[in-house]
Structure formats: C-alpha cells, structure tokens
Design a protein around this ligand. Structure first.
Ligand code: PEP
Length: 250
C-alpha cells in the first residue's frame, strides 16, 4: 500500500434482511472507530435507507445503477434517485452484472458517467475470465475494459471514484490471485491510466477483489499498487469485514 488512503468496500450482493443487517451494522459501528481505511458498504437497493440511517456520510454504496436518467425503464434505479436517498458510492461493471445482465464495456462506462453526473462515486470493476487468463489475454481484456471507461469519464472521473481489479476466476471461488499476480495487474492498470494523465494516476485507488479473506488481506494490501479491496463473501460476516478493514488500516 502507499500514501493513498486505503478503500475497503463490502459487496453484500443479494444477501441480507432488516434483522441480519441490523446485527451486522451494530457490530461494525461498535468497532469501526480504530479504522483508518475508508470503509463502504454496498447493499441491495431496498436496504440503502437502513444503511443511511446507521452509517456515516461516505459509507453507503449501491451495487448497480441505471444507464438511463429517467423514463419507462421498469425496475431500474437512477443515479439521481440513489443520490436523493443519500447513497455515496455505486459499484459499476461488476462481473456478475456483465455476465448475467449482458453489460458491455460501453454500458458500464455510461453507468459510471451517470453516477458522476449525479454526484455518486463510481467503483468501476474490470476483470478477466479464467479462459482469457489461460489464453494469455489478461492485459488485452483489462486494457479494453479500462479504455472504454477512460474514454467516457476520463482520468478525472475515475479519480472521483475508484477502480477495482476483480479476476472473474477468483470471485466467490475461494481461489485468490497471488499478491504478485494482483500487483502485476494493478501496476499495469495504473500505467495505462498514467498515459492519459501525467501524475494523476498516482492518486487513483485501485482495489483488489476476489476471495479476499482476513487470512490473505494483509499480504495483498502490502503490495505497492493495491489500495484496498472489494469484498464479497467475507463481507457478510461483520467480524471478517472488520478484520479485512484492519489489515488495510496499518
Ligand atoms: C465480489 O463479488 O466483488 C467479490 C470479490 O466476491 P468474493 O470476495 O466473494 O470473491
């Protein structure tokens, strides 16, 4: 890690209930004071108000946002609506959205732009599949994903949020990229951002996601270009999420 303040975001995915969230939040709130990292909780839409009521400004995130601003888009939630309800962050381009909802690089980039226009901070995800990694296509895939984002929101836009490297083969599989594999990719992503804006890439937070657990968080976060994590499964247990936040707070 570097002088960049670490960012650790929980991605609860489609998990939770008012009761289980309340228990999680009270455990988190009781212990969060010692953390120096920035901690964000990304919950299903219906629970954002519950989070807003309990967490401090800057800690509430959604998991997706509409690519349109308003209109006949049944089931969608706009960036303006999220902001109106006190949401701070939004994950865009998670591989589960790309895979199950057929979100292209262009849609992901548009969503990031909508988020920024509404005053939300986008945490933009990029990642390669196992097949792409084994075919030696990792950097080509990531570079195309990142280029689409930079084309639409620029380095300045990305700096208002953050970038998450999430190898698809490591998400929810218990198979983590090694610290070295992740560092290599993070450094390459930062170099690509650097090409578009001299100097500013140093300020960009690039977090790693993919089976981060309390046991492997410290080694990952010790890498010079890994600035925190996006945490799925382990974030469902408040104590595990807190331990991961603590690993990012050293
Ligand atoms: C994720 O969904 O963003 C993620 C990283 O999940 P997990 O930590 O469970 O691999």
């Amino acid at each position: 890690m570097s002088e960049r303040r670490a960012l650790v975001a929980a991605n609860w995915k489609m998990h939770g209930s008012r009761a289980s969230n309340a228990a999680w939040l009270s455990e988190f709130i009781a212990a969060r004071d010692g953390l120096t990292c920035e901690a964000v909780v990304c919950a299903p839409y219906v629970y954002l108000q519950q989070l807003r009521d309990q967490l401090t400004v800057g800690q509430v995130g959604a998991q997706d946002v509409a690519a349109n601003t308003a209109g006949a888009f049944t089931g969608d939630v706009s960036a303006e609506m999220l902001r109106d309800c006190g949401c701070d962050w939004v994950i865009v381009g998670h591989s589960e959205r790309r895979q199950w909802h057929h979100e292209t690089d262009q849609i992901v980039a548009l969503k990031a732009e909508r988020a920024l226009q509404a005053g939300l901070r986008p945490l933009v995800c990029v990642g390669e599949t196992l097949q792409q990694r084994e075919a030696g296509e990792t950097m080509a895939v990531l570079s195309a994903q990142l280029a689409a984002i930079l084309h639409r929101i620029g380095v300045e836009g990305l700096l208002r949020g953050g970038l998450a490297y999430e190898p698809v083969w490591a998400i929810g599989t218990g198979r983590t990229a090694t610290a070295q594999q992740a560092q290599e990719v993070h450094a390459a992503l930062r170099a690509q951002v650097q090409q578009g804006a001299s100097g500013s890439a140093n300020a960009l937070r690039i977090v790693y996601g993919g089976s981060v657990k309390p046991a492997n968080a410290r080694e990952l976060f010790a890498q010079p270009d890994i600035d925190g994590g996006l945490i799925g499964g382990a974030s469902l247990v408040a104590g595990d999420f807190l331990a991961i936040c603590a690993a990012a707070s050293v």
